[in-house]
Ligand binder design. Structure first.
Ligand code: SF4
Length: 605
């Protein structure tokens, strides 16, 4: 048996209650690794073109990678994938924490969920024993309550749980899946797919805590080297010391124009920086499984309207989306908003972005207080933001429209609204500004899942660097590794000492004799596979675009004042370098043959 992998996956048909174990061929494992790569390959084969994402015919896949749960530093991740109800593209999202490792310890590489249960259920996995259990009493509970109840009812001390909150149950298209309370598969609406299947949670507990690898001594040696390199990297130190929001000030000083729905730079730079969280709110740093970086932090609020809160603090993306986009400069209020999103199970990036979009519509008179049910959606109005989060999660009143995501909401509102929705392929943008660094624009426009930062986000204006970054991310997201440790903080391969460890880690864990060249080709294959998935489901070149604001409205303030993103020439060069047809956006036949993917799309290149 291969090392690293548990050696089997679980297929659960919720319509019939049938469950069976399956194995994946070594050919597929080597070509697609695991995580989002393997999950996308399965979905490509098994979903009919144009499948309704919220129908029983869509499939929801939880998939670990070959390094998940091994002693490799910062390798806690599992991916969730399905056709996204928000974007209609391939939907993938990955989360850290402890759920992925526990699933592997229990002996499963992944779970394919099919069909729809008649009534709410949860899946209980204890090693090889798998049961579907009634979840009627959990339906309506928030994610924290769900985990606590399951822990009380069934759990031993190692029980880990991935679940949805009310938003997933209500099929809110930006619903997330949470595990370990605050680790999120947040993007692309995977929580809505889980809700559509009436699957409230997956709870897993293993009796052993070990994953067999091919060469344990070598993996230990490599892991020791990696920890040393991580500790010597100043950007990793910043991440450790002040969390993801430790980068806030650095990025804002480059001129990011996030404020007021991406129209202004320089908003509350000192107040919202992560150093402020560390100094004034943090009670402890927290970590995912076996990660020496520990980039998360628990915070406590001792005064003001949110006094008494103690729990996860906000990440950079949340501070950007809820804080800057909506003009809220109070970290305590942002923490409260983040907590509500986590409990209800909605993605903070999309939520902040959608509310900021609605605020701009309100300011411009495209919607009124009558439309919002009396909520004054004015900039910086904290109470309005908190109320709107609740209304979105429960699809109440105006929240029902916003629960569809900014693209659909804008189409419904009409007039100028579609230009104010800051999304790509229907997914609200991550907090990186293409006017400051055009490479971010190219990354967003070509990202197969929408306006994402975890599928590759590179500031360089060189399309070949963007392609390399996207391919490296495809590998990292398919192995169980965390992007912060292996790619995000060192983009160039020559500097990316940690990405260059990936083939060595795979060789030691799995037993393959694999080179950096093969790993990079694998990343390219996975990225192209996701592109093919989208093409199969009718999402083509016309969706490789950016919001008009980035292309035509120069920033009015800050160091990047006057700049726009000139996407067209970057995109043309990108297609050429990718080996994609400039007219149709399809990968050429030669490219598919080179990547050993030509069997997937015989007629369309
Ligand atoms: S860097 Fe942060 S997100 Fe990544 S594995 Fe470590 S603690 Fe988790």
């Amino acid at each position: 048996m291969l090392g690293g992998y548990a050696g089997k996956i679980l297929r659960v048909d919720l319509s019939s209650g049938r469950m069976r174990r399956e194995t994946i061929s070594e050919e597929w494992l080597r070509k697609f690794l695991g995580g989002e790569g393997l999950a996308t390959r399965i979905l490509y084969s098994e979903l009919e073109a144009g499948v309704n994402p919220l129908s029983p015919k869509n499939k929801l896949i939880f998939m670990t990678g070959p390094l998940t749960g091994t002693i490799t530093p910062a390798a806690p991740r599992y991916s969730v994938a399905a056709r996204s109800p928000l974007t209609l593209c391939i939907g993938t999202s990955n989360a850290g924490g402890f759920f992925g490792p526990e699933l592997k310890f229990a002996g499963w590489d992944g779970i394919i969920v099919e069909g729809r249960a008649e009534k709410p259920v949860y899946l209980l996995i204890r090693d090889g024993e798998v049961e579907l259990k009634d979840a009627s009493h959990l339906w309506g509970k928030d994610t924290y309550e769900t985990e606590e109840i399951l822990r009380r009812e069934v759990g031993g001390k190692n029980l880990r749980c991935a679940c949805i909150g009310p938003a997933g149950e209500n099929l809110v298209l930006i619903a997330s899946i949470l595990n370990d309370k605050c680790r999120l598969a947040g993007r692309t609406g995977m929580g809505a797919v889980m809700g559509s299947k009436r699957l409230k949670a997956i709870a897993v507990e293993a009796s052993r805590r070990r994953i067999e690898v091919a060469d344990e001594e070598e993996l230990k040696r490599l892991s020791g080297e990696i920890v040393e390199k991580l500790q010597a990297n100043p950007l990793v130190k910043l991440l450790s010391d002040h969390g993801t929001d430790g980068f806030f000030k650095l990025l804002m000083e480059e001129g990011y124009g996030l404020a007021k729905n991406w129209t202004q730079a320089g908003f509350a730079v000192e107040k919202l920086d992560g150093e402020n969280i560390t100094r004034n709110l943090m009670v402890r740093r927290t970590s995912c499984f076996m990660c020496p970086i520990a980039c998360h932090r628990d915070v406590r609020i001792d005064s003001g309207p949110y006094a008494g809160y103690e729990g996860p603090g906000p990440e950079y993306e949340t501070v950007g989306a809820i804080g800057c986009l909506c003009l809220i400069d109070d970290l305590k209020a942002i923490t409260k908003a983040s907590d509500l999103c986590n409990r209800y199970g909605i993605d903070t990036i999309s939520t902040g972005s959608i509310i900021a979009f609605a605020m701009e519509c309100y300011e411009k008179g495209l919607i009124t207080k009558e439309d919002t049910g009396g909520v004054e959606l004015t900039w910086g109005n904290v109470d309005a933001v908190l109320e709107m989060i609740r209304m979105i999660a429960f699809r109440e009143g105006f929240g029902n429209l916003l629960a569809e995501g900014s693209r659909r909401a804008a189409e419904k509102i009409g007039g100028e609204a579609p230009q104010l929705a800051m999304q790509v392929k229907g997914l609200e943008l991550a907090m990186h500004d293409p006017r400051v660094k055009p490479g971010y624009g190219l990354s967003f426009a070509t990202n197969t899942t929408g306006g994402r930062h975890t599928e590759g986000v590179e500031g360089s204006e060189n399309p070949s660097t963007i392609i390399l970054d996207q391919n490296m991310h495809a590998v990292v997201n398919s192995t169980g590794l965390c992007r912060f440790a292996y790619v995000a903080l060192s983009h160039e391969i020559s500097d990316a000492v940690l990405f260059s460890y990936v083939p060595k880690l795979l060789s030691a864990a799995v037993g393959w004799d694999i080179t950096l060249e093969e790993v990079l080709k694998t990343g390219e294959r996975i990225f192209n596979l996701k592109r093919l998935f989208n093409l199969k489901h009718g999402i083509g070149k016309e969706e490789d675009r950016l919001p008009r604001r980035f292309l035509e409205e120069p920033l009015q303030t800050g160091p990047a004042k006057g700049r726009i993103c000139n996407l067209k020439p970057l995109l043309e060069k990108y297609y050429e370098l990718r080996g994609w047809n400039a007219e149709t956006g399809y990968p050429t036949r030669e490219k598919l043959e080179e990547l050993e993917l030509s069997d997937l799309l015989e007629d369309e290149s």
